[in-house]
Ligand binder design. Structure first.
Ligand code: GDP
Length: 597
C-alpha cells in the first residue's frame, strides 16, 4: 500500500455536532445504537437518557472511549451568541437610558486594571459585600451622565455573558495591550461582539509602556474588519493607559457618544423587569441578588419573581451599598428579600402581589424539575462525575480565621469529617484576612478558602473572581462545617438506583431489525412507562438489556400501561435479538442519585 493510500484509508471521518446535543441525536449522527452510547456514558458515570443533552467535551470523551474512527468538530451554531434573554421592547414613551458596557479582551491586557481605573475615583475603597460569583456591575458618572459597567474580568465570565447577558450589553470595550497586539481571546471577543450585534469600542491599553505600538494594533484591527477612524473606518479606538489614566476621560466620552448615536432607550414607567446577574447568601441578610433593571422602575416593597425564586424587595441598594428608592433602566441594584436564592441569568419581573409572585415562582420551579432537573447537566458537572472513582476523594481547603483559638476549633472540626471515600485535606491555614498568597495557593491546588470571622479585601476579591477561586466567609462555625459537608457530599460517587416499573409477557413480535424490535403483549405486573430500560429474559435467563422507546395502546402512542392491559412496545437493541412469544420484558429506570454525607 502506498503512503497516500494509507493516509486515505486511516483518515477519520469528521462529524459536526452542536455545543449541546441530545444523546439520541448524537447516536444517530455516529450511526450507533443509542443504547450503546448510553451504556458508554454510564460506564463513565454519566447517567443520561435519550432526550438528555450532553455537551461537546463529554461527547468527545465518549467517542474516544468507544474507539470510533470518528472525530467530532463543533458546529458553528448561528445562534451561539443569540442570548436566551431578550431585552424588553421600548415603546414610544421610552426615554434615554445609560449604556451598559462590558470589558473584554485577552488575558493580562488590562481588563481589570481598566475597570479599576474607570471606577477608581468613584469607589470608596474597602467596601463591604459578598464575593463576586458571576458578573457584577456598577455605575459611574461622566459629566453627570451615568454609565453602567458589567464587571467581568475573568475569561469565564465571558461565556456567562454570552449565554445570558449579550442583550444586556450595549457596548463592548475590547482591550488590546499596545505592547502585545491582538491575541486569540481578542479575536474571540471581536467575534462575539459582532455576532451579538453590540457596539465595539477598542481601548488600546498600556500606551505608557515601552514597546507600545498603537499603529500596529490599528493595523491588526483592520485585519479583523475593524477599520479605525484614522484609517477611514468607523471603529472607535482610544489609546489609553490604565496605569497613568491617560485617555480614560476620552474613552468615557466615546461611550456616551455611542450611546447618543445609538439612541439607547427604555420605558421607565411601569413594572420593573431585568436580569439577575449575581446571587449569593449573605450573613444576616439571607439570599441577596444583584440585578440589572432593563425597563420600568423597581422600588422597595415591590414583589418580583425571578425563575423559581421570588421576593418582596426589602432593601434596594446600589452595588456600592447606598440605599435607593427607585431603580430605573440600566441601573444595577442589590436586592434583599428573596425567599430562596435566585439564579444567575434568571429574568426578573415585578408583579402585583405576593400571591402572584409566589404562584409564578412555584410554577417555574416545578417546570424546572419536570424538564429534567438534575439530569440536565452541563459539561463541567459531567466531567466531575466522570472523574469520580472509587479512590479516596479529597477536598482541598485553606482555612483562615481571626485568632488562633478559632482557627484551632475550625481545623479540629474539619478533621473529624470524612469517611473512607472522602476526606478533607487542609492545604493551608493561618490567622488573618484572606490574602493574595492564599488565593494563589488555592488556585494552584484547586482548594476552597474558608474564612472564619475574617474579611476578603477588595483587591483580593477581584483576584478571586478572576481566578475563579472559591472563597467562603462565615461567622458561625456550624455553617462553615455544613458548607464543607455539602462539598464533601458532592465528591461522593453517585448511587445508582434502579426502580422496577413492571413486566410485559410477549404475545407477538411484529418487526425485528438489527437495532429495533416491535412487539406486543400483556402487562402482567406493575405499570409500564417510557422512556425506560428493560431486561429481556426467556425461561429465567437474561437475553439482553434494551431500551424501551415507545408504548402503544391500540394504534395510539401512550406513556403508561397498567397491569392487565395489552400493549405494543418498541425496543432499541444493540445487537440483533430474536424474541418469541412468552419472553419477558422487565422494565425499569436507572438513575444516579447524589449521596449525602
Ligand atoms: P486582565 O487579565 O486583562 O484583567 O489584566 P490586568 O488588569 O490584571 O493587567 C495585567 C497586568 O498588566 C498587570 O500587571 C497590570 O498592572 C498591567 N497593566 C494593566 N494596564 C496597564 C497599563 O496601562 N500600563 C502598564 N504599564 N501596565 C498595565
Amino acid at each position: 500500500m502506498s503512503m497516500a493510500e494509507k493516509t486515505e484509508s486511516t483518515k477519520e471521518t469528521t462529524i459536526e455536532i452542536e455545543d449541546m446535543i441530545t444523546v439520541g441525536t448524537l447516536a444517530e449522527r455516529l450511526s450507533i445504537p443509542v443504547s450503546k452510547l448510553i451504556g458508554e456514558l454510564m460506564k463513565n458515570g454519566v447517567m443520561a437518557t435519550v432526550n438528555e443533552r450532553i455537551d461537546f467535551d463529554t461527547a468527545e470523551i465518549i467517542v474516544e472511549e468507544l474507539g470510533l474512527d470518528v472525530s467530532l468538530a463543533k458546529k458553528e451554531a448561528e445562534e451561539a451568541a443569540a442570548p436566551k434573554h431578550k431585552k424588553p421592547e421600548a415603546s414610544k414613551n421610552a426615554k434615554g437610558r445609560p449604556p451598559v458596557v462590558a470589558v473584554m479582551g485577552h488575558v493580562d491586557h488590562g481588563k481589570t486594571s481598566l475597570l479599576d481605573a474607570i471606577r477608581g475615583a468613584e469607589v470608596v475603597k474597602g467596601e463591604a459585600g459578598g464575593i463576586t460569583q458571576h458578573i457584577s456591575a456598577y455605575q459611574i458618572t461622566n459629566g453627570k451622565r451615568p454609565i453602567t459597567f458589567l464587571d467581568t474580568p475573568g475569561h469565564e465570565a465571558f461565556a456567562a455573558i454570552r449565554e445570558h447577558g449579550a442583550h444586556l450589553t450595549d457596548i463592548v470595550i475590547i482591550v488590546v495591550a499596545a505592547d502585545d497586539g491582538i491575541k486569540p481571546q481578542t479575536i474571540e471577543a471581536i467575534r462575539f461582539a459582532k455576532k451579538a450585534g453590540v457596539k465595539i469600542i477598542v481601548a488600546i491599553n498600556k500606551i505608557d509602556k515601552e514597546g507600545a505600538d498603537v499603529n500596529r494594533v490599528q493595523q491588526q484591527l483592520s485585519e479583523h474588519d475593524l477599520l479605525v477612524e484614522e484609517w477611514g473606518g468607523d471603529t472607535i479606538a482610544v489609546p489609553v493607559s490604565a496605569k497613568t489614566q491617560e485617555g480614560i476621560p476620552k474613552l468615557l466620552d466615546m461611550i456616551l457618544l455611542v450611546t447618543d448615536v445609538e439612541e439607547l432607550k427604555a420605558d421607565a414607567d411601569g413594572p420593573a423587569r431585568g436580569l439577575i446577574i449575581e446571587a449569593h447568601v449573605e450573613q444576616g441578610r439571607g439570599p441577596v441578588g444583584q440585578a440589572l433593571v432593563e425597563a420600568g422602575t423597581l422600588k422597595p416593597g415591590d414583589f418580583i419573581v425571578a425563575g423559581g425564586s421570588y421576593a418582596k424587595v426589602r432593601n434596594l441598594e446600589t452595588t456600592d451599598g447606598k440605599a435607593i428608592k427607585n431603580a430605573t433602566p440600566s441601573t444595577p441594584v442589590v436586592i434583599t428579600g428573596f425567599k430562596t436564592l435566585p439564579k444567575f441569568g434568571d429574568e426578573f419581573v415585578a408583579v402585583a402581589s405576593e400571591k402572584e409572585a409566589r404562584g409564578q415562582a412555584e410554577k417555574a420551579a416545578a417546570g424546572n424539575q419536570a424538564a429534567g432537573g438534575h439530569l440536565d447537566m452541563g459539561g463541567s458537572e459531567l466531567i466531575r462525575l466522570i472523574n469520580r472513582s472509587n479512590e479516596l476523594q479529597e477536598l482541598n481547603v485553606i482555612v483562615k480565621a481571626d485568632v488562633q483559638g478559632s482557627l484551632k476549633s475550625v481545623l479540629d472540626s474539619l478533621r473529624t469529617l470524612g469517611t473512607d471515600e472522602v476526606s478533607v485535606r487542609i492545604v493551608g491555614s493561618g490567622v488573618g484576612p484572606v490574602n493574595e498568597n492564599d488565593l494563589h495557593l488555592a488556585h494552584s491546588t484547586g482548594s476552597i478558602i474558608y474564612g472564619f470571622n475574617v474579611s476578603l479585601p477588595t483587591s483580593s476579591k477581584q483576584k478571586a473572581a478572576r481566578d475563579k477561586v472559591r472563597v467562603r466567609l462565615y461567622n458561625v462555625i456550624y455553617e462553615l462545617i455544613d458548607d464543607v459537608k455539602t462539598e464533601l457530599s458532592q465528591l461522593l460517587s453517585p448511587e445508582i438506583v434502579e426502580t422496577e416499573l413492571g413486566r410485559l409477557v410477549i404475545k407477538g413480535v411484529f418487526k425485528t431489525t438489527k437495532t429495533e424490535i416491535i412487539c406486543g403483549g400483556e402487562v402482567t405486573k406493575g405499570k409500564l412507562k417510557v422512556p425506560a430500560l428493560a431486561r429481556v429474559s426467556r425461561d429465567g435467563e437474561e437475553l439482553a438489556e434494551v431500551e424501551v422507546t415507545n408504548l402503544k395502546r391500540g394504534p395510539a402512542d401512550t406513556k403508561e400501561v397498567v397491569e392487565g392491559e395489552m400493549c405494543g412496545m418498541s425496543l432499541k437493541t444493540e445487537k440483533r435479538l430474536v424474541l418469541e412469544e412468552g419472553d419477558r420484558v422487565d422494565l425499569f429506570t436507572r438513575q444516579a442519585v447524589e449521596r449525602k454525607l
